[in-house]
Design a protein around this ligand. Structure first.
Ligand SMILES: CC(C)(COP(=O)(O)OP(=O)(O)OC[C@H]1O[C@@H](n2cnc3c(N)ncnc32)[C@H](O)[C@@H]1OP(=O)(O)O)[C@@H](O)C(=O)NCCC(=O)NCCS
Length: 189
């Protein structure tokens, strides 16, 4: 039996679809807002991922890939001040992709350089885990070059072979296939 959609939304949906905030004390108490991505974020997402993929720190993401998976993304943004008036700067992103009945993947996690080590990545992961819980998904994995970040967030290293064959369909399109040098990590909160 399902609980009513309304009840589930009230319990968890608020966290998924409404923004949360953290404050960066060491940076003049700047407020970082976390929300679902919108169409206006696509170019900033592309630029963020391109910077890191050129440096070999993450796999490249094409514009089409970002559009197709846009609803999977959370973004982090900071209000900026400038001579031409204020605006918002996208400083981080992370996607939760549902893979199977009880399995989801954290993909495309990145935080802009001057803003790393300020717990922005941690909050992006938290949003994804809340959403996974909303969908009653209890296994969340990632393939990563930064296992230490995931371990700090409660993930454990696993053998890639523990992941179902279903996920390898994505890997076939990867530039690194079949020589994957990422580490598989999993959390079952
Ligand atoms: C990895 C990344 C997303 C981390 O984001 P972040 O906002 O800097 O991470 P947080 O501040 O939330 O870090 C939380 C903890 O994770 C660990 N951690 C974070 N980055 C780490 C790193 N580069 N190496 C080792 N541990 C790290 C630390 O324990 C950290 O706590 P501490 O700062 O108190 O020591 C960010 O460095 C990044 O975008 N890197 C480039 C792209 C990338 O590698 N993406 C991941 C591919 S899956």
């Amino acid at each position: 039996m399902y609980k009513s959609g309304k009840e589930r939304f009230e319990k968890a949906g608020i966290d998924i679809y409404f923004p949360s905030k953290i404050e960066i004390e060491e940076d003049n108490n700047k407020i970082v807002v976390f929300r679902k991505a919108l169409m206006c974020d696509v170019k900033s997402l592309y630029n963020l991922f391109s910077e890191y993929s050129k440096a070999g720190e993450m796999l490249p993401r094409s514009m089409i890939d970002i559009y197709v998976h846009l609803r999977d993304y959370y973004i982090a943004e900071i209000e900026t001040e400038g001579e031409e008036g204020g605006g918002y700067e996208l400083v981080g992103a992370c996607a939760l992709s549902i893979v199977w009945e009880n399995l989801a993947e954290i993909r495309s996690l990145a935080v802009k350089k001057p803003y790393t080590r300020k717990k922005i990545g941690t909050e992006l992961i938290r949003k994804c885990l809340i959403e996974a819980n909303f969908f009653k998904i209890s296994k969340i994995f990632a393939l990563t070059y930064k296992p230490q970040f995931f371990i700090a967030n409660g993930f454990k290293i696993i053998e890639k072979s523990e992941l179902p064959h279903k996920i390898w369909s994505d890997c076939i399109n990867c530039v690194k296939f079949p020589d994957c040098d990422e580490t598989a990590v999993m959390i079952e909160p």
